[in-house]
Ligand binder design. Sequence first.
Ligand code: ASP
Length: 310
Amino acid sequence: MNTFSIAIHGGAGTLVKGMMTPELEVQYKLALKKALDAGYAIIENGGTAIDAVEKAVVLLEDSPLFNAGKGSVFTATEGHEMDAAIMDGKTLNAGAVSLITGIKNPVSLSRDVMERSEHVFLAGEGAMQFAKELNYKLENESYFYDELRHNQWLEIKGTDNFQLDHSLKKDSKFGTVGAVACDKNGDIAAATSTGGMTNKKWGRVGDSPMIGAGNYANNKTCAVSCTGSGEFFIRGVVAYDVACLIEHKNMSLKEASEEVINKRILDIGGDGGLIAVDTKGNIAMPFNTEGMYRASKSSAGKEEIAIYKD
Ligand code: ASP
């Protein structure tokens, strides 16, 4: 039987030891463990990688700790605009949504775009219309309200600044979530979901919902979910670049992921990290920031839940 595995992230950034209380650290690790275990249980019971990554991301979206779903950051107009994507490495089917509001689980809407529309990417009002036709319930603003995120926004409200959830402020909460998995059949999948950047405006969209930039899966190579400075990850076509290095340069998953995160994206000024798996169940989780909320588990017996560099 194929080695099966799953990896998840909850954002990368200025995460240094001692930055948060031990209690909060425990909460983050518990939230990561809950999502990891739920995704792992699906593949352990013979389920598909695509089901596992959706489930893990749904649980991370439901936690107020991460910048996705419930914990999404505030936009310049004091609202929430969320982005998500999902991709099935076996079929190369993909779905993505952007600039959506009021949806509890954007990752599930992206899966519906993949499976219940003829399209790959729906944005804004059109995506909301699609959700309405599928009878999605809309949450009101209070569901997404979080005092700390609101304070983060108040500090830069009315300025032209926008801010990555996990940069600059050492006490700020950290962002974007994602999952990648390899199931017992050796099929792989990736999912990513985010609230984007605090105080974003003009319909700003980051890398997370862009197939090939923040999210990609192909059974020929690997499944990847990214987190970091979206503008750079878009220009670096990061997730696809990892796949290209494996396909065209014969690199291993680890070599390709590290080349992109520790060299290529740094060379153009980007900071962040990624999680990746291949069809043999190998896992890579490199980041070039101080830390990245991350967790992984493999049938080969390894489980890791970590925040900081070491
Ligand atoms: N990559 C996300 C974006 O630019 C942000 C993040 O990873 O926290 O929207």
